[in-house]
Design a protein around this ligand. Sequence first.
Ligand code: HEM
Length: 478
Amino acid sequence: MLYEFIASVAVVYLFLMVYFNKIHKKFEKNRPPLITGYIPFIGVALQFGKDPKAYQDHLRTIYGDVFTIYVMGQFITVIKSPHDVQKIYTQPKKFDFHAISHKHALNTFGLPRTITPDHAHDQHTLMVRNLQNLDLDYLTTRARDRLEEMLLTPKNKEWQQVNMHNWISYIIVSVTTRSMFGDNLPIDQIYKDYFPFDEQFQILASGLPPSLKKDAIEKRRKFARHFEQSNPNEDACDLIKLRHEGLTEHCQDVPLGMGHCMGVISWVAMTNTLNATFWCMYYLLQLPKDVTQLIVDEIKSELVFSEGSVLPEITHESLNKLEKLDSLFDEVLRFTFSTMSTRVVTQPIDYKSSSGKVYHFEQNDFLMLSNSHYDPDLFEEPNKFKWDRFLTMNKEPLKDGKPAKLGSFFMTFGGGVSKCPGRFFAKNEMKIFAIALLLAFDIDVVKDGKPSMDKSRWCFQTAPPLNGDVIIKYRLKK
Ligand code: HEM
């Protein structure tokens, strides 16, 4: 029995090695180096999953700026040079985002299979138009009002002690959901079911067969059921109403079809935002007093306060004037940045990299564009946190003497035509939160567990804090 088992493992192993070799050899000329590891199917998933950034940095020292790794049944070509990343961002026809995001959305979020890439493209147009423009002020005002309603309550006149990440997560889940989907969804259940689902993201996105993802699929179902509605709420933003209208025909005979179509929007709006808000507020609370005062002064001078109101009137345009708060947040997002952009190659191409080396990419090659936020040629003293770095950014030349365009190397929201369309709303939400904390509250850090970032989430989403709770107490200023 044991011999049979060992023999069958050896056969599978040999088969996979031949398979890797074939793939590798088939296009051997100019193909990026391939790192498969020694475990069939799993490939280098263990090394990659533990600390994806450190592992990629290590491989870069051996293989250079472009290499392919085999992870859980998938080949991923990693692009490390920031100049190549920029080149790829500017060629969306050859290096497409939507083909991947659509394929991913079908598998990872359980969308109805009748939704084609064309429908997905229409949905993308809708997101960009509404999130970046038509719905932006509506969402921003609603976020302000809901934050005010949650924070400026009589209860908060007394000291409240909270775990900062839990507290912020609940507020972001609540404010984001209510602003986008309307006021009458079950926030407490959405909050409860969000984290078990979010933790399964990597499993859901992996190449594992559905039979091995049952638990993850069940957690996704529990989250999605809160968004299964035959009609959107009256006070939902137009994006949600139009998405509902556009996808109804695909969802009619699919159990929880609409729940999944809306659940993905809720997830995408919250997953990065709640961790990013945590890090922004965490760094905000650590600023020296004189810097905090500069930021407060700017808020008071740039925004309009109506009589008797603690929070100012807020629009996207008015929040844009807060350059100091903007710089602080961009620096936090640079510093704690961990997501990576992905692209798929649409046609066979000989790609000339910025180093002059030519790589052959095949159609459907999956690219992961690495971040350059710690590159000392682009960001001076990259390991140092400088709250005002982005106030002077773009004014000094790069080390190689070329004019600086650091803004384009800031990759927190991706780049090119598929740059995150929710970035303005996300930053507005964070700014309003910060304004409320700075103007209306006394805050004490009771315990700073000096959290690190959960590196296992690196590449996939803004990393949550790990190993070290931050406990604060807050109360409304007297
Ligand atoms: C700090 C918070 C956020 C971060 C760091 C973030 C980051 C990203 C990144 C890196 C991408 C991929 C872009 C690319 O590869 O070029 C993306 C895509 C996307 N994000 Fe965000 N995001 C945030 C908040 C939001 C919010 C609040 C919303 C919605 C209200 C949103 C909606 C989307 C959508 C719909 C896409 C897909 C875009 C497409 O189809 O082209 N994001 N985001």
